[in-house]
Ligand binder design. Structure first.
Ligand code: MN
Length: 734
């Protein structure tokens, strides 16, 4: 193996730090992590102990003002003085190591300052007010964001609620999670001193929560090391086996990856493409995965080639040369530059075979992409900097990737997951559903469930935006991802231009247009749960179903009326037609002698949930529960009157059918209505706009139970994409 191969004697992977263009030696987080604890280097007026932090930070920010770091170190060191870690080391070694990890990844100064202070408020006499006074609002916000909630206040809920608090804080400032991830990495590195049960418990939370968060935030360097540390604790036997495999491979004759790397260098030199060709050893978990998948490992499976170039266009140039001079393994080719993953990651992936059968996987990216691939959001410069800085950010759609080496995000197009890397779509959705999960157990289990899903597919909206969804997601998931709870009103979808049911499973790259009903009170059916994979959708649907229990068939309440209740036949007074006045639904109100009206704003019919209000002149109006008109009545303090549906021999309803215009549409719709045994009282057809037509029908139904079937029948008419209850009866147009 090459000089970069993992030393089999070390318990972890080589985790390449940031690759610098100016030939700077590659950084090894792990090696420097230890070095920070062992021997601080002398450094100007700065305390010796932060020498490594300063060195790592200057590699990314040569002109950095280091004064805040110095002050933060002085405060952290003095306040933690006398405290020791379980290992016996002075406590300050921990915040120092965490800060070094972040500095190596290219974090900016506010993150580093907060990182040095991250345990002061939790574990010392330092207060948040003091941090704010000395270091400003941003540092204070970050320290607060990672400060744990107290067990004495929260009991068993302390851990879930701490994560909830941290994620909410991350929604406002993603640097909170940068610090938490680095904190967890150092704690995992030093976990050996804990009792085995405690090690396992911490490793599990790391596996279920922190690693997926690192992955989603694109912090590959932290993710891979955390994976190996968790692997060693939770699967010690498999870990030892992989360790033995790697050791044996290092001892073995020949170095096919090194040979192929040499050939690739030659090919690119002849083609005139400036490129660095490196060998990246797979981390332990990656070797384990390949081993499980293939059974036998070839020497070339222990690492991958990494080709680093200066410009985006060079990536494709390299690809062309490789596919010309070697035999490409076509199934391994993936373009994560043109079609980026949900996190910030960009690269071309391919594999090439030599005549002797050795296959090398190859990653091709610019230096800029590499920095982002390794450090993800941690590498963002202050993402909340004032406009003067912001104007230097690459604008969406350019992504020139000129490789300055200190990534300011990638900005590679109209992709919602990527337009604002500080507030990715998955985080917004997570923050939405957590609000609907107030109890800590539901939050904690749903969080793990959410994070367990690979967000692998990207579907496009007609406006060019993108939704990131887990593989296997359906149109139901897409609806809730896009509209939140408003998706209750979704009635269908067009997938790649064709009408599709909501249960349709989406594939990567599909274009999805969601068709929304106009009826604010309509809602999801319980079958939607069968098609919802995402927690956001599942929680919203369950919540709706709980608050809207399936109504019994039209109630037969005759004989149960108490004397003070007056059954009232309630024709809609504003209905222009008089022929059916005797045949409207009747509601029973708890107010003797009152005249009852069914409100025109929401046209309630059995078996709607209803409420009623006394209005001027002693009348009572009946509204559907949730009708905006009813909400207004409540707001102005009108008393609600008890009400329920009485006998319902017949009733009227006004329905709106939204359709794509076509010949014979009116004839087909009226036929569908007639076949359901329903009489048309009035109908209007609005002139088409953009090939869409709205038909409004006021209909007389034999009984309430007919309504769902009628609406289904109307929706089944080709071209109709929505049928909903109208806000107002049809105008007289018959
Ligand atoms: Mn800590």
């Amino acid at each position: 193996m090459s000089a970069e191969a993992t030393n089999p004697a070390t318990p972890g992977p080589v985790t390449p730090g940031v690759q610098r263009r100016r030939g700077r030696a590659r950084l090894d987080l792990r090696r420097l992590g230890r070095a920070a604890l062992l021997g601080p280097a002398a450094r100007d007026r700065l305390p010796d102990a932060i020498g490594h932090v300063v060195e790592a930070h200057r590699a990314h920010y040569p002109d950095a003002d280091l004064e805040p770091l110095r002050r933060a170190y002085v405060l952290a060191e003095s306040s933690h003085r006398g405290q020791t870690r379980k290992s016996g080391e002075p406590y300050i070694t921990h915040p120092l190591a965490v800060t070094l990890i972040l500095a190596q990844l290219g974090a900016e100064i506010t993150t580093l300052t907060a990182s040095l202070l991250h345990d002061t408020v939790e574990d010392t006499d330092v207060t948040l007010d003091q941090v704010r006074a000395e270091f400003g609002d941003d540092v204070c916000y970050l320290v607060d964001g990672v400060t744990k909630l107290e067990k004495v206040d929260y009991g068993a809920a302390a851990e879930p609620e701490t994560f909830r608090k941290m994620l909410v804080a991350t929604g406002n400032d993603v640097r909170v999670m940068s610090i938490k991830l680095a904190d967890r990495l150092h704690n995992m590195r030093t976990l050996g001193v804990m009792r085995p049960e405690k090690q396992a418990r911490i490793a599990q939370v790391t596996r279920d929560v922190l690693i997926p968060l690192a992955e989603r935030l694109g912090v590959q360097a932290l993710k891979t090391e955390l994976e190996d540390l968790v692997f060693a604790i939770l699967h010690p036997q498999e870990y030892a086996e992989v360790q033995a495999l790697i050791a044996a491979n290092a001892e073995s004759e020949g170095d096919p990856l090194g040979d192929i790397a040499g050939e690739v260098r030659g090919v690119l030199r002849e083609a005139g493409i400036a490129a660095e060709v490196l060998i990246r050893p797979r981390h332990f978990v990656s070797v384990h995965r390949v081993h499980r998948k293939r059974g036998e490992l070839r020497a070339s499976d222990y690492g991958r080639l990494l080709v680093l170039v200066n410009e985006d266009a060079d990536c494709y140039g390299v690809l062309g040369e490789l596919h010309t001079c070697f035999t490409p393994v076509v199934s391994e080719f993936k373009d994560f530059i043109a079609v980026p993953k949900f996190n910030l990651y960009q690269s071309l992936h391919t594999a090439v075979a030599r005549p002797d059968g050795e296959v090398a996987e190859v990653l091709i990216r610019t230096h800029q992409m590499h920095q982002v691939a390794e450090a993800g959001v941690v590498a963002l410069r202050n993402p909340y900097a004032p406009p003067s800085d912001a104007s230097e950010e690459p604008s969406a759609g350019t992504g020139t990737g000129t490789g300055t080496g200190t990534g300011t995000g990638t900005g590679t197009g109209a992709d919602d997951e990527r337009v604002d890397p500080t507030r990715p779509g998955w985080l917004s959705r997570l923050l939405d559903w957590q609000e609907a999960a107030p109890d800590p157990d539901t939050f904690w289990s749903t969080l793990r469930e959410d994070l367990a899903q690979d967000r692998e597919i990207a579907v496009f909206r007609p406006d060019g935006g993108t939704l990131g969804l887990p593989a296997g997601a359906s149109c139901v998931d897409a609806a809730y991802a896009q509209y939140g709870e408003d998706a209750h009103a979704c009635i269908g979808a067009r997938v790649n231009g064709r009408l599709a049911t909501l249960s349709t499973v989406l594939r990567d790259g599909d274009t999805v247009q969601l068709l929304m009903g106009q009826d604010a009170t309509s809602g999801p059916s319980s079958e939607w749960l069968d098609h919802a994979r995402t927690p956001g959708a599942r929680i919203a649907i369950r919540r709706w179903l709980t608050t809207h229990p399936t109504p019994a068939p039209a109630p037969a309440q005759s004989g149960r009326r108490s004397p003070e209740q007056t059954p009232v036949s309630a024709p809609r007074p504003e209905a222009p037609d008089t022929t059916s006045r005797s045949a409207a639904a009747s509601a029973v109100v708890d107010r003797e002698g009152a005249s009852v009206r069914l409100a025109g704003c929401c046209t309630p019919v059995p078996p709607d949930a209803i409420t009623a209000f006394a209005v001027r002149g002693g009348a009572v109006t009946v509204h559907r529960v949730g009708c905006p008109g009813a909400e207004r009545m409540k707001e102005v303090g009108r008393a609600e009157v008890g009400v329920r549906w009485g006998d319902t021999a017949e009733f009227r309803v006004t329905l709106t059918a939204e359709s794509f215009g076509r010949a014979h549409l009116l004839a087909d719709l009226t036929e569908a209505i007639a076949l359901e045994g329903v009489a048309i009282i009035s109908a209007t057809v609005e002139p088409p706009t953009q090939q869409r037509v709205r038909h409004t029908y006021t209909l007389q139904l034999p009984d309430a139970a007919h309504l769902p079937g009628l609406m289904r029948a109307m929706r089944a008419v080709p071209g109709v994409y929505d049928v909903s209850r109208a806000q107002h009866p049809a105008a007289a147009a018959h």
